[in-house]
Design a protein around this ligand. Structure first.
Ligand SMILES: NC(=O)c1ccc[n+]([C@@H]2O[C@H](COP(=O)([O-])OP(=O)(O)OC[C@H]3O[C@@H](n4cnc5c(N)ncnc54)[C@H](OP(=O)(O)O)[C@@H]3O)[C@@H](O)[C@H]2O)c1
Length: 334
């Protein structure tokens, strides 16, 4: 069994812990929260062994070998670095780190601590529907670009409109629409098409100084991928990848709940797998598979591909922020 510790007591940690229980490969060794009562409530609900209010204490729990970080974005770096330096594997929520400097320091720590691994919780690129899209893309006679959309109104934007500044909408916590939702279509683009040669980003700023929504263009030389995302509006627009007469369709570049292929404008052939019981289950199963048999050839290849995506997405997100003139305090630690 993998011995898991968690950071953050929000709904996403609950979803991860439920996925880990379904996967049957993890035991919840410890729960960290800044507040003992929150940690205790989470631990009681999920049958955790220990409750701690000190992060170092979490890492020191007997036999703990995996930590899941669902803290605000700007805290990921320090927490991941401390874990890796103690040979503990990190599952870090998206977006993994604020900029390429942080990413480089993490890569150096991983090189010094080969027992520790780093997984970014980019749930959608581990799903059967992502694999169906990748297969369909491989079957296209030519690729002529894509239009990817992920836009969901955030209940936390109500707080912004009321004068507040929730973490996800602050520069201090490396927040904003690109970091929070734009990361999903950017991940898809990188995983399916690679790193773009040039990027442009046109953010719509909100009163907290971050982007509430925005439009980005990823230029690949032979074609462009346009990306539309936001947390201050809703969109039901499908996402598409263009072949010649063929179009691959996705209900949403962040959810990939339904995917299909349309030939020459004809009826859509549904390529969707069965709905997931838990959206995080495929990634958790993938990570557990690699951790259980790290020396197996396919696991080595998968791990390195995912880690490469993490680095590339980090680089593209940073390029987009530079293009959109969006800086974070985390960039000043360079
Ligand atoms: N994969 C997905 O589908 C998905 C969905 C949602 C979020 N996420 C990612 O998960 C991460 C957390 O997002 P979230 O919306 O849950 O963030 P959040 O509510 O702002 O904070 C998450 C947790 O961090 C702790 N925290 C909050 N403010 C803090 C502060 N000022 N200093 C230190 N710790 C603080 C809190 O835990 P305690 O109070 O218990 O210490 C809280 O439960 C982000 O990286 C986000 O991108 C991923």
């Amino acid at each position: 069994m993998l011995r898991l510790g968690t950071v953050g007591t929000g709904w996403i940690t609950q979803q991860l812990v439920e996925a880990a229980a379904m996967a049957g490969s993890f035991e919840l060794a410890g729960v960290y929260s800044r507040r003992a009562d929150k940690a205790q409530a989470f631990a009681d609900k999920n049958h955790a062994e220990r409750v701690v209010t000190d992060y170092q204490e979490l890492l020191a729990i007997d036999g703990l070998n995996v930590v899941y970080l669902a803290s605000p974005n700007s805290l990921h770096f320090d927490q991941a670095l401390q874990a890796i330096r103690q040979d503990i594997t990190v599952i870090v929520e998206k977006p993994a780190f604020s900029n390429p400097q942080e990413m480089a320091a993490i890569m150096a720590a991983l090189a010094d601590h080969p027992q520790a691994k780093l997984f970014e919780a980019a749930r959608h690129v581990h799903t059967p529907n992502f694999h169906a899209v990748a297969r369909a893309l491989g079957g296209l006679p030519a690729v002529q670009g894509a239009s990817l959309t992920y836009m969901k109104y955030s209940s936390r934007y109500d707080q912004v409109l009321a004068g507040g500044a929730p973490n996800v909408f602050t520069r201090e916590f490396s927040g904003g629409a690109l970091q929070d939702l734009g990361v999903y279509p950017v991940y898809l683009a990188v995983a399916l098409f690679g790193v773009p040669a040039h990027v442009a980003y046109f953010p719509t700023l909100i009163q907290t100084g971050v982007d509430g929504k925005g439009v980005a263009v990823l230029r690949y030389g032979a074609y462009d991928v346009t990306v539309n995302f936001g947390k201050t509006s809703n969109s039901a627009a499908p996402s598409e990848i263009y072949g010649l007469k063929e179009t691959i369709e996705m209900d949403s570049a962040g959810e990939l709940t339904r995917v299909g292929l349309r030939q020459d404008g004809t009826e859509l052939t549904d390529l969707s797998a069965q709905p997931l019981k838990n959206p995080m289950l495929p990634e958790v199963q993938d990570f557990a598979r690699v951790l259980h048999a790290p020396a197996e050839k396919t696991n080595i290849a998968d791990y390195h591909r995912w880690l490469h995506w993490t680095q590339q997405v980090n680089q593209v997100l940073y390029g987009l922020r530079v293009a959109g003139n969006l800086r974070f305090p985390a960039d000043d630690h360079e």
